[in-house]
Design a protein around this ligand. Structure first.
Ligand code: ADP
Ligand code: MG
Length: 386
């Protein structure tokens, strides 16, 4: 696993690349969702946290409307674009994220000039940890500060959502950027996706002798896939038939009644969302009262619901979860949109090595690609470093 360069080294690299010092350096983290999957677009609850893996950007505003972008991540050359010609769908590869953010700010009437940008990120790509939002949140924080736009967190969240939904064309909700922009060290971000209300909930696993392991299955997921769109469509259909604005408005106690109105598949999709919302609320309550050592059964139940009702797991994720649980994790689930990506396993410190070894062995025996396993801790949200 790579780690990001020191701020002064990044500034020096910027100067070598673009010939002048940057105006500043900003960072924004990736995120892990502790619980609350596919509840965001149903106007429900999610509980992600910002992780100690971040995208850092050194930026300097320009006099013209040219954008020049370079990532230290291997294989990407310098990208040059014109802000004046930007429209949804333009740009290629990772340049769509910073360009999308600039486009979304301009759409709000903010005068964004051209800029030079150097990116260095240690958020693993495509592992379900939202490396794309880490980039967007770092860039929007920088442009918000440098242009003097002074947007608050809620507007920044909506602007990055516009960038992803309209400019990049990925139908994502507001969870990822909310965690990245609003996270805090030792806390999870309890987000109500209906009104963007945020409560920070203590989640200091380390203080409880626990580590949060991320098991990246290396199975690539893509939000553009039909699976995501079809789950969203099922949720919309369920809400329409049940006569509610969103599935957020369906309580666990009305599931029995819903069973008579929905076809079998739609019922299972609805049941996942409804019970998952309830599990988020229970998790928040337990974290506030008893601490993280007691949330294991909720993580387990969340995984079963995604595997059987929402059907967004895959053999690699199931094996990671089952093996972690059988070897000492107190709770485990797939995290992120599904169809690949990562699982998380809440594990007592003393069991960490056993879980790691067992998962690696199980993957080898199943002839799966070797997983990448690492720990994450709840860390600060986006901030200016220099
Ligand atoms: P996720 O956000 O879950 O990691 P996405 O497919 O949404 O997965 O975003 C991954 C994309 O983000 C990559 O394909 C790449 O375009 C971009 N990206 C992430 N990190 C970097 C980086 N360090 N350098 C260049 N591009 C990056
Ligand atoms: Mg992404």
């Amino acid at each position: 696993m790579t780690t990001t360069t020191d701020t002064s080294v990044l500034s020096a690299r910027f100067q070598e690349t673009f010939g002048s010092v940057p105006d500043g350096v900003w960072q924004a983290p990736g995120r892990v969702n502790l619980i609350g999957e596919h509840t965001d677009y149903n106007e429900g609850f999610v509980l992600p946290f910002a992780i100690d893996k971040t995208a850092k950007v050194a930026i300097r505003l320009r006099e013209d409307s040219t954008v020049r972008l370079l990532s230290l991540f291997g294989g990407h050359g310098l990208v040059e674009a014109e802000l004046s010609g930007l429209e949804p769908g333009s740009g290629e590869g990772w340049s769509r994220y910073p360009l999308g953010v600039a486009w979304a700010l301009k759409e709000r009437g903010i005068d964004v000039p051209g800029f030079d940008l150097l990116l260095d990120s240690d958020v693993p790509l495509g592992a379900g940890l939202s490396s794309s939002h880490a980039i967007e949140c770092a860039v929007i924080s920088a442009l918000n500060d440098l242009t003097g736009a002074g947007l608050g967190a809620e507007d920044l969240v909506l602007a990055t959502q516009r960038a992803e939904n309209v400019f990049v064309g990925a139908p994502t909700g507001i969870m990822d950027q909310s965690a990245s922009l609003r996270g805090a060290k030792g806390h999870a971000v309890f987000l109500d996706c209906r009104d963007q209300h945020v409560d920070l909930v203590p989640f200091d696993a380390e203080a409880w002798g626990l580590v949060l392991l991320v098991i990246d299955t290396k199975v690539s997921h893509s939000h553009a896939d039909g699976g995501y769109a079809s789950r969203r469509a099922s949720c919309e259909l369920g809400a329409e038939i049940l006569g509610v604005k969103a599935l957020r408005d369906v309580g666990v106690d009305s599931l029995e009644e819903a069973a008579g109105l929905l076809d079998e598949t739609t019922l299972r999709r609805v049941r996942h969302v409804v019970t998952e919302n309830d599990r988020v609320l229970q998790t928040v309550e337990i974290l506030n009262s008893e601490g993280p050592a007691r949330i294991g059964p909720l993580l387990d139940a969340s995984h079963v619901s995604m595997r059987d009702d929402f059907e967004i797991s895959c053999p690699e994720l199931d094996l990671a979860v089952e093996t972690a649980r059988a070897n000492g994790a107190i709770g485990a689930r797939m995290t992120g949109g599904g169809f690949g990506g990562s699982a998380i396993a809440l594990t007592p410190v003393g069991q960490e090595q056993q879980v790691r070894d067992a998962v690696v062995r199980a993957f080898a025996e199943a002839a799966f690609t070797a997983p990448d396993i690492f720990t994450v801790t709840p860390a600060a949200g986006a901030l200016r470093l220099a």
